[in-house]
Ligand binder design. Sequence first.
Ligand code: URA
Length: 434
Amino acid sequence: MRAVDIIIKKRDHQELDRTEIEYFIGGFTRGEIPDYQVSAWAMAILLNGMTDRETTDLTLAMAHSGEVLDLSQVVPVAVDKHSTGGVGDKTTLVVEPLVAACGLPVCKMSGRGLGFSGGTLDKIESIPGFRTNLTREEFLHQLKELGLVLSGQSSDLAPADGKLYALRDVTGTVQSTPLIASSVMSKKIAAGAQAIVLDVKMGLGAFMQTLEEARKLSELMVSIGRLSGRKVTALISDMNQPLGCAVGNALELQEAIDTLQGGGPKDFREHCLTVAAHMLVLGAKVGDLDEARSMVETAVREGKGWEKFRNLVKAQGGDVSFIDHPDKLPKTKYIEEVAASRTGYLSQVNARTIGEASVDLGAGRSKKEEAIDHAVGFIVHHKVGDYIEKGEVLFTIHAQDQQRLAAARQSCLQAVEWSDQPVDPLPLFYEVIA
Ligand code: URA
């Protein structure tokens, strides 16, 4: 078998069989198939798609490119959650400690920023010392002792996804349903959780632009989960405007801390409570969503989620003084407000424009393994539907140099649209697929 023939087959719209997919993923994982061939293959998949059968085979090949954990030796049931990627989506940082604080073990394998969407690992690494490259033994030990673990892909767990993810980020091959589904589900299967809540983002700042695409991706991932013996619920949530206010790594971490401490923006808080409640139900901690919701609210009120987060940071080597005193987190040289140019109702705050502008400020990567700047980003002060007076602050930009500050200012102006008539706020969720 030759990698080039497999690329050509996909380029020519033919269906790959399981052996070809396993050959390709195995060769890539071992470093025998070079990045340029894998990039060409990923582009062929992006352009020509994959059948559901091919996607399932790809997912399983990536999941088995390393070890697949069996957590039943460690905890009776573990739950996980994953977002398909959005702008301002710091949900994991809040939801995982909250659910763990409610007594349901949570194990999470997260990713880095991808294209215009941020990544949990980049956010949490704003805390000096925080380690995301846990070994298998550390992963299992922490799950047992703390009931909460947040790791990145390692050479042990779904290494093929780790490598492919980094390549896709810089080769324009992110936005593909089979590649997203296999990336998400291979990580989830390898990390071993029996119950998985998927937060499938839909809208301008998501990889899925329409409800139909989001539904297709959700159904595919739920079905792959079922074939692998996992319980999966997919929530389709809005990503037309950024989630919460903060966009950028340390800024988002700070907002997550505020939320765990009982504050935080209303939409983000509500989003987190809903996702956490679904995790508690899917993990069979409680029987229904109402009960789950009140359990999570209590965990916030009594500070138990925050305590769990502190313990997570400590356990993974992070310096807790940075979360106890977030003013110690990295800061930018310039902080500038952008005011509304007119009075009216906000009809759009384009999440994609803000996400891309945030990458341009340095919060994301344009080349593999590029260093990111944890301090830069935006605070988005208003939501679609808000009535704004001319001169009110719409955005705060955090930038390191004048040139990028000026570009970000332009992006802020391009991101908003106005209406003279009242505009309905955007929903947080559209559908639940189980
Ligand atoms: N999240 C992932 O883990 N992978 C993707 O491809 C997109 C979002």
